[in-house]
Design a protein around this ligand. Structure first.
Ligand code: G6P
Length: 367
């Protein structure tokens, strides 16, 4: 058992530490002469260029990878993109045409609702692209093309390294769509790809010193509830932060776009209520800081994940977790890692089994 965990106390910790490798392996061989190659997509340049709508369909953590992808697919490729949980998608009547691309994201490749959504979308004429961690899984077999996330087997029930592999794969897909649609020149693609690859080292750096994360976790461990907030990319990242925490620590957590706080969750805030903010530098940073001021004025204990060098944030947060500066588009890759460690540290403090949380299964093959 100890050998299997590679010297780490649990599989979750081992898998969190594998993430730099997952980023590298997922990107390996993807760029040649400034052109991205995702040959598995099995669509011609012409077919790709015709895509005018994207649906990302998934469940759980994989759904959150989709929320991040939406920002990139719309922001870079300028293609309308909707993200939907598979159990909703399959029971409504989504608008699907032959120029719709459905991207099904599933670590296990066997989630019942996601599979049903794939089948339905194909019957309606969509091209379906799978992103999965399991070679030869039903999602891989039943899609028109597939990207493997190269996370290798994930044992902890709460997904970490697969999530990062999904985000990186979806980032590649968004980059490819942007290139095909003529939004990026070769040099831009090269630059973005290099910065994307650099996140492996940045994640290594985050993993090398977790003192601030542990300290923040210790301060939050006895809370009954926590609110995760962010704006833009940060709002998408906050969702995964909250899910990780509730999955493994049984502490109630919910994520909210920070600007929406005043329409409800601010009522929850009183002395010491934890508000965890994705506060990295982004075009909406100042707006987020205003929301943190509102939370602090009501007694919240603010934990901010912020960009290294940002000293100003200290005035608005009780605990600051610094991470390396990256382009906003790549912030999910870096900012998610401290939130995984934060959730794990709280769960450990609360005496929970982080690898096998109660009531949860690694893959959900029945509806
Ligand atoms: C279960 C797992 C989650 C996972 C979700 C979707 O709920 O516990 O970690 O995110 O299923 O699974 P999939 O394999 O389709 O990504």
């Amino acid at each position: 058992d100890v050998a299997e965990k590679g010297g780490y106390p649990d599989f979750m910790m081992k898998e969190i530490h594998e993430q730099p490798r997952v980023i590298r392996d997922t990107l390996s061989g993807r760029l040649a002469d400034g052109r991205l190659s995702i040959d598995e997509l099995d669509l011609t340049h012409e077919e790709l260029n015709l895509i005018d709508r994207v649906y990302v369909i998934a469940c759980g953590t994989s759904y959150h990878a989709g929320l991040i992808a939406k920002n990139l697919i719309e922001g870079w490729a300028r293609i309308p993109c909707e993200v939907e949980v598979a159990s909703e998608f399959r029971y409504r009547n989504p608008i699907i045409t032959p120029t719709t691309l459905v991207v099904a994201v599933s670590q296990s490749g066997e989630t019942a609702d996601t599979l049903a959504a794939i089948r339905d979308a194909r019957v309606k004429g969509a091209k379906v692209f799978g992103i999965t961690n399991v070679v030869g899984s039903p999602v891989a077999r039943e899609s028109d093309g597939v990207i493997y996330t190269k996370a290798n087997k994930e044992i902890a029930v709460a997904s970490t390294k697969s999530f990062l592999g999904q985000v990186v794969s979806l980032t590649l897909l968004a980059l490819l769509l942007a290139q095909v649609k003529g939004k990026f020149k070769t040099n831009q693609v090269r630059l973005l790809f290099r910065e994307l690859a650099d996140t492996a080292e940045q994640v290594e750096h985050i993993l090398s010193d977790t003192a601030a994360i542990d300290e923040a976790a210790c301060a939050c461990k006895d809370a009954k509830s926590a609110l995760f907030v962010g704006r833009g990319m940060g709002a998408a990242i906050a969702n995964e932060g909250a899910l990780k925490l509730k999955e493994i620590s049984y502490l109630h957590a919910e994520a909210y776009p920070a600007g929406e706080m005043k329409h409800g969750p601010i009522a929850l805030i009183d002395e010491g209520f934890p508000v965890i903010a994705v506060a990295t530098k982004s075009p909406v940073y100042d707006k987020l800081v205003s929301n943190l001021q509102e939370a602090k004025a009501r007694g919240a204990m603010v934990v901010a994940v912020a960009t290294e060098g940002d000293e100003d944030i200290r005035a608005h947060a009780d605990h600051v977790i610094y991470i390396p500066k990256v382009r906003d588009a790549f912030s999910a890759i870096t900012a998610s890692v401290p939130l995984q460690l934060f959730a794990r540290a709280i769960a450990i403090e609360r005496g929970c089994d982080v690898d096998q949380p109660r009531n949860l299964a690694k893959s959900v093959t029945v509806e």
